[in-house]
Design a protein around this ligand. Sequence first.
Ligand code: TYD
Ligand code: MG
Length: 460
Amino acid sequence: MAKIKTLYFCQKCGAQSAKWIGRCPSCGEWNTYVEEVVEKENNQSTGSWKPPTASPAAKTSAKPRPIGEIHYEEEARIDTHDGELNRVLGGGLVPGSLVLIGGEPGIGKSTLMLQIAMSLRQLKVLYISGEESEQQIKMRAERLGDQHPGCYILTETNTQNIFRQIDQLQPNVVVVDSIQTLQSGLVESGAGSVSQVRECTAELLKYAKETGVPVLLIGHITKDGSIAGPKILEHMVDTVLQFEGDRHLSYRILRTIKNRFGSTSELGIYEMQGAGLRQVSNPSEILLSQRTETLSGIAIGATLEGNRPLLVEVQALVSPATYGTPQRSSTGFDSKRLQMLLAVLEKRSGLRLGQHDVFLNIAGGLRLEDPALDLAVCAAVVSSLNDIPLSGETCLAAEVGLSGEIRAVSRLDQRLSESEKLGFQEMYISQFNARGLDLGRFGIRVHPVGRLDEVLTGLF
Ligand code: TYD
Ligand code: MG
């Protein structure tokens, strides 16, 4: 093997050293130094897209130009035939972009990518897998339905071999499942190690940029929530999408974490079915459709996930605690926030929750962080405590402050329009949101409120 020059880099702050050090002298973090290749020889085997051989000094150097004189052409995006994926990508796949799709094992990343590979009918797609055999992929493709004859499967992990095949096939789109299984001959460490992941991503990035072929890269998320250990990949790729959801429930959310070609507040929703992932274009209707009669402990919150308004069912169960310390447990909602709201209800509205267990659940397996759900959480808790159901035609959207004040939320008009569209008759909002908003415009009765007490008297 050719001689390679390596250095050790701190994965936290980027400091470098010739030797491995336990504690970074620059940022003080422990165990962050990782060996990386800085100079490699013998990289001639990676295909026809080799970097220009001229030395940097021989390149024509760039000159500064006034920004007004710079022109560009909007590059046509590739339609993935998947409305949700197009949305999170900011309108389609950009040629030459490197997109990372991260997610926990078993969430459906391979399924989604294979589905996309099958739907790109006019293009030649190369699906590279280091995780499954050809037969397994074929079986999965059969479950997914129609197959695309222009989709090629390659089960290979060595990047030099992969690029040789790419050279021959000349695909229009490349899918790699997953970056953790790839191995470059230029780095000695094993597949999945930081330097391998980094080197393989760099090779794919160079390929994408030089040929204009978009590369979709799957990455497993490690336990601490970051992709491939330290967040080394996020800054290298153009777009980072995260696929999340509860494995045992059917809804999946595709979230944009970073996007050089669009907004990061986009969100795609899918449902995992027997025959693959189905796009959910109107999520509220599904999340709310299971209501048959009005039950106590249920409140509807008008939340906003990314740019999409979503009406979700907040379910609470409040029951007398039988064993010592009462339990507080929440699914899909921050448990610290729940504790805070319970304390506000106790202190500001005089409810006696100290001797009660409180369980909270966001229906549909979604995990939400929108503070506008606060009021719906409070309403669901009070409804369960008093065993009085709320009207099924009422929804709520406001943040609750520590002194029981009702605070304004962002983009209320979108939330109001969605609630109206789904047939809600009444909506509780903050009085601060009501200012400057033409409430008569909406066909829904709006109650602007200032304090939590007012909401509770209005509701019960
Ligand atoms: P997979 O795409 O293999 O997950 P990942 O690549 O993220 O590890 O799929 C995960 C699960 O999806 C798997 O446990 C089975 C389920 N699944 C379905 O429910 N329906 C289907 O049509 C397919 C292909 C998979
Ligand atoms: Mg997989």
